[in-house]
Design a protein around this ligand. Structure first.
Ligand SMILES: Nc1ncnc2c1ncn2[C@@H]1O[C@H](COP(=O)(O)OP(=O)(O)O)[C@@H](O)[C@H]1O
Ligand SMILES: [Mg+2]
Length: 259
């Protein structure tokens, strides 16, 4: 695991209560990939991310981050996270865009106890990258969902993450701006070399942007390059999302047995 592997799941299973929510998941994310994670509602996507962020612990199996068992992993500033609920500030929320972005530096600034010019410049550059520098002094609550999401990406960028995880970031983004949003993510991946993991509902367009796709429903049904996913797409996706999901499970060795 000394290679360029950023995330490894080894036979990971997890349940909150009685039912398995994540089952026998093997997964690797390599440096430089833009991985799209798709699956029906309730298929365990957000839980997989919680496992990756150490917010819940596997019942079986192991998670490794940057080659280290997650228990030993300490460099959390290497991982940025943008949640699907990020864009829920109402218009009265009392913070400017610049202030929100600077909160991404809090763990670094801690040692100095104040923000220096350098920090401010870092925040400004991040806002520039997401094309929101003109809004630095606007109130965060006054922005559209898509603009707020860009600001949250800027906040994640100021700590120079190697891996950026986004959980349904386009929820609340106006349909007209979704493409621009994906273009921004592609630039992050290509120009800044940031490895991306994005949970998304946009199964139709994900292959235009992601380099790799994981399709899960508790267990992983597909993991491969976007090109291969396009073929899988036509054959199996309807089954996976439709009512015949259980039927499909017969074709997969380590899927949960239907009840
Ligand atoms: N905190 C929780 N406690 C109990 N069950 C949960 C909790 N969070 C999620 N679940 C259940 O786990 C399953 C997977 O949820 P989730 O990972 O959020 O799926 P997805 O993100 O794919 O929609 C769902 O059945 C959901 O109801
Ligand atoms: Mg979810």
């Amino acid at each position: 695991m000394k290679d360029n592997t950023i995330v490894t799941f080894e036979n990971v299973s997890f349940k909150y209560e009685k039912e398995w929510v994540v089952r026998n998941v093997d997964l690797t994310i390599k440096e430089g990939q833009f991985l799209g994670l798709v699956g029906p509602n309730g298929s365990g996507k957000s839980t997989l991310i919680k496992l990756m962020l150490g917010l819940v612990k596997p019942d079986h199996g192991s998670v490794y981050l940057f080659g280290k068992p997650i228990k030993q992993y300490k460099d959390w500033q290497e991982i940025g996270f943008v949640s699907q609920k990020a864009n829920s500030f109402n218009s009265g929320f009392p913070a400017t865009v610049m202030e929100v972005v600077k909160t991404g530096l809090v763990s670094r600034v801690g040692a100095f106890k104040f923000f220096t010019k350098k920090h401010k410049e870092k925040a400004r550059q991040a806002l520039k990258f997401v094309e929101m520098e003109d809004y630095a002094h606007s109130n965060i609550g006054e922005l559209s969902g898509g603009q707020q999401q860009r600001v949250f990406i800027a906040r994640a960028l100021v700590s120079d993450p190697a891996l950026l995880i986004l959980d349904e970031p386009t929820v609340g983004v106006d349909a007209r701006h979704v493409t621009e949003f994906y273009d921004l993510l592609a630039r992050l991946n290509k120009e800044q070399g940031i490895t991306l993991l994005m949970v998304t509902h946009d199964i139709g367009t994900i292959t235009d942007h992601a380099t790799h796709v994981v399709c899960m429903n508790k267990t992983v049904h597909f993991h491969g390059a976007s090109e291969e996913y396009k073929e899988f797409n036509e054959e199996d996706l309807n089954k996976l999302y439709g009512h015949s999901v259980q039927q499909l499970t017969h074709n997969h060795d380590h899927e949960v047995s239907p009840k």
